[in-house]
Write a protein that binds this ligand. Structure first.
Ligand code: ATP
Length: 221
C-alpha cells in the first residue's frame, strides 16, 4: 500500500536517563526489523520517558546519555518531526475536526500528490482493517476498536521507520484487545518495523513475541 523504506534496525546504544542526578533507567538494545522489544515495569519506572527519548520529545528536565540509531544513522540530535517515528498512545487521538478518512489522508507523506490518489490510499487503508465505507464518518461515531484501527492505519500510511507503542491496547476490552494487538503486531512485522512496546500486561508481551526488558521501580532505581 504505502512505499516502505528499506527496513532497518533500531538501536538504543547505552541509553541512560537521569532525573535530578538519579538514574531512572538504563537500556541497551538493538531491535531488528519486524521485532518487538517489550518494556515492562511499575508505574513511574520511566517507560514513557524512554519512548519520549526515542521519539525526540523528551522533557529537557531529564539528563540523557547514549544514542538512538536507525540502521547506522544517529537520530540522537534529530528533531522529532524528522525522525519518522510512528507513535501510538492509549488514546487513539484522532483529529476530531477531520473525517475518519481525513485522519488517514492527512498522514500520507506529501510525496503522494493529488487529492484522488491520497483519497484512494486512505480508502484502501480503511478497507484493509474492515472499515471500507467509513471514509466520511465522524471519528466520534466510531467504537473504541474502530478508532484503534484508524489510528493504526494513520500511523502506517505515514511510512514510519520504527514504532513506539505506549500501552496502546489498555483501553480496549479483553476480546478487542486480543484482536487489536494481533493486528498491530502482524502489521508491524509485515512492514519490517522495529517496535518498542511499553505495557503493564504480560499477555501483550507474549503476543509481541520478542524480548522483554524489565525496568526497575522508582525506589530501587
Ligand atoms: N516532565 C517531567 N519532569 C520531571 N519529572 C517527570 C516528567 N515526566 C515524568 N517525570 C517523572 O519521571 C518518572 C518516570 O515517568 P514515566 O512517565 O516515564 O513512567 P512510566 O514508567 O511510563 O509510568 P506509567 O506506567 O505510570 O505510565 C516519574 O517519576 C515521573 O514522575
Amino acid at each position: 500500500m504505502q512505499e516502505i523504506a528499506e527496513a532497518k534496525s533500531l538501536t538504543l546504544a547505552d541509553v541512560a536517563i537521569r532525573l535530578t542526578g538519579r538514574t531512572l533507567l538504563a537500556v541497551s538494545a538493538t531491535i531488528l526489523p519486524g521485532e518487538v522489544l517489550t518494556i515492562m515495569g511499575p508505574s513511574g519506572s520511566g517507560k514513557s520517558t524512554l519512548l519520549a527519548f526515542a521519539g525526540g520529545f523528551l522533557d529537557p528536565a531529564f539528563e540523557v546519555s547514549g544514542r538512538i540509531l536507525v540502521g547506522a544513522e544517529d537520530l540522537t540530535q534529530v528533531p522529532a518531526n524528522r525522525r519518522h517515528a510512528g507513535i501510538l498512545f492509549q488514546d487513539p487521538m484522532l483529529f476530531p475536526h477531520l473525517s475518519v478518512g481525513g485522519n488517514i489522508a492527512f498522514a500520507i507523506p506529501p510525496a503522494v500528490k493529488g487529492h484522488k490518489a491520497r483519497r484512494a490510499l486512505a480508502e484502501a487503508a480503511l478497507e484493509e482493517v474492515g472499515l471500507g465505507g467509513f471514509f466520511d464518518r465522524d471519528p466520534e461515531t466510531l467504537s473504541g476498536g474502530q478508532k484503534a484501527r484508524v489510528a493504526l492505519q494513520r500511523l502506517l500510511v505515514s511510512a514510519p521507520r520504527f514504532l513506539l507503542l505506549d500501552e496502546p491496547f489498555s483501553k480496549l476490552d479483553a476480546a478487542l484487545r486480543q484482536q487489536t494487538r494481533e493486528l498491530v503486531f502482524s502489521k508491524a512485522k509485515a512492514a519490517g518495523l522495529p517496535t518498542i512496546l511499553v505495557t503493564h500486561d504480560s499477555a501483550d508481551a507474549q503476543a509481541a513475541g520478542g524480548r522483554v526488558i524489565e525496568v526497575g521501580s522508582e525506589e530501587e532505581a
